[in-house]
Design a protein around this ligand. Structure first.
Ligand SMILES: Cc1ncc(COP(=O)(O)O)c(C=O)c1O
Ligand SMILES: N[C@@H](CCOP(=O)(O)O)C(=O)O
Length: 461
């Protein structure tokens, strides 16, 4: 299995190389040269299997000779053993034909743990083989950062730096990133919004001296392995509801477009998905783009679903690559136009995108009202991101079962949840002392040179 860049100018890589490389050297994102297919029989056979076995069967065809079967099964087992639910990703019913896929039972209470725990295992296995030391730099709007800290803290051959937008993550998210005491993990509160943080991370990858000098690696969804690990729960949940004999739909609270892109890959592998619905908060560039064909940023506005406060959705590039017939030059041109605010999607690409995705937007008031109503009618306490998903899903319900992804635990956003429904969700016991732990962070400006100097200085010590 080979991986190619969405901008067509970087070398083709193996799975292991793509995983350790992060952003392609031409600034693009790696995607598989072809998507392996699963037959209806192979999909049916997933029903009733443990989540770990589904993970093995879905991911294995993408891995080439990276690991032996025994080794990969061991990494999967290690990744998911700390999850707080035997099913790993349980489904609960919200109403007629509407189901919620709870993805928040991992160690940091967000869907990011599914991919990050496994990525941590896979990267460590690769580093053990190569004997190398790497520097990981990641951008977060709150959840990727805490999941990465949990996956990589305490490792002697990894330094991890997480850039989060100062004042724009919840207090629980911030503390999850600033309270780990291990010296190899570093929280940086950067001036700006998530898009600024992500842009600086990409700048670092595009600075070849810096990139090679610090042996830069990435754990955002620019890393193909992150996306791949998220494909698995589309299969596990769909077969639980009768796929492939029955089609299912998914609604996905969307920011960086990684999670829904994983659904797009599941469909490309053969999973019979009816609708794939992009749900946005008032940072609605993707909903606008799908409705109008105009993909233009209008500034990140803070919301009560802060992890989705994103306007430059990294993985949209991956689907544009397919929508433009895998023409890397065309994608590079569009991404260049993005630097001055956006671009118009061609008619043929827009048609393809509309065949693949539906979309909807949820206002702040609707998010709160949905948290309140879900609790009143079903007893389910939704985080604000999951509430965005549920609200948008409601407009797309039909005869096909709809699965809405619940992407974070409500206790990560207690202020928003309490304001909506009058009850403050409690953190699990193992995190009960989060507010008593000492915080450690560095506040830095949105300045590439300053950020790079900080990172170089820390890894030298
Ligand atoms: C809780 C939560 N929901 C939804 C999203 C959006 O997911 P994606 O960035 O993969 O679109 C994020 C951030 O990634 C998140 O942390
Ligand atoms: N919402 C995310 C943003 C980064 O997304 P990623 O999937 O590219 O890591 C976050 O919580 O950090």
């Amino acid at each position: 299995m080979r991986y190619i860049s969405t901008r067509g100018q970087a070398p083709e890589l193996s799975f292991a190389e793509a995983m350790m490389t992060g952003l392609a050297r031409d600034g693009g994102l790696y995607v598989p040269a072809h998507v392996p297919q699963m037959s209806a029989q192979e999909i049916s056979a997933l029903a009733g299997l443990p989540y770990e076995e589904v993970t093995f069967r879905v991911m294995w065809p993408f891995l080439g000779d990276t690991f032996t079967e025994v080794q990969f099964r061991g990494l999967i087992a290690a990744a998911y053993k700390g999850f707080g639910h035997d099913a790993r990703a349980p489904l609960v019913q919200l109403g007629p034909n509407h189901f919620l896929l709870e993805l928040f039972h991992g160690p940091t209470l967000a869907f990011k743990d599914f991919a990050m725990q496994l990525l941590g295992q896979m990267m460590q296995a690769d580093l053990a083989k190569s004997g190398q030391r790497i520097t990981i730099v990641g951008a977060t709007s709150g959840d990727t950062g805490s999941a990465a800290m949990e996956a990589f803290r305490g490792l002697s051959n990894v330094d991890l730096f997480i850039l989060y937008p100062h004042g724009r993550v919840s207090e629980v998210q911030r503390r999850q990133m600033t309270t780990p005491s291990e010296a190899n993990v570093h929280a940086i509160a950067m001036d700006g919004d998530f898009d600024d943080c992500q842009a600086r991370v990409k700048d670092m990858f595009n600075d070849m001296d810096f990139r090679d000098g610090v042996r830069l690696a990435g754990v955002n969804s620019i890393n193909w392995a992150r996306v791949l690990a998220q494909v698995v729960y589309y299969f596990s949940s769909a077969v639980a509801l009768g796929a492939p004999g029955r089609r299912v739909s998914f609604t996905v609270p969307t920011g960086n477009f990684g999670d829904i892109f994983a659904g797009y890959i599941a469909r490309a592998m053969g999973l019979p998905i009816d609708q794939l619905v992009v749900a946005t908060n008032h940072n609605d560039i993707l909903d606008r783009a799908l409705r109008t064909g105009e993909h233009r940023t209008n500034g990140v506005k803070p919301s009560i679903s802060p992890s989705m406060d994103i306007q430059v959705s990294s993985n949209f590039e991956r689907v544009l690559f397919d929508a433009y017939g895998r023409d890397g030059m065309a994608v590079a041109q569009l991404m260049g136009e993005m630097k001055s605010g956006g671009f118009t999607i061609s008619q043929s690409a827009l048609q393809m995108l509309r065949e693949q995705f539906a979309s909807g937007r949820c206002s702040e008031d609707e998010t709160s009202a949905t948290i309140r109503a879900a609790f009143a009618y079903t007893g389910e306490v939704l985080c604000p991101h999951s509430a965005v998903g549920v609200k948008v899903a409601e407009a797309h319900l039909g005869v096909v079962p709809m699965i809405t992804l619940a992407t974070a635990h409500p206790a990560k956003f207690p202020d928003a949840v309490e304001a909506a429904m009058g009850v403050r969700p409690a953190l699990p016991d193992r995190m009960a002392d989060l507010f008593d732990r000492d915080e450690r962070l560095t506040r830095l400006p949105n300045d590439l040179a300053v950020l790079q100097a900080h990172i170089r200085e820390r890894i030298a010590n």
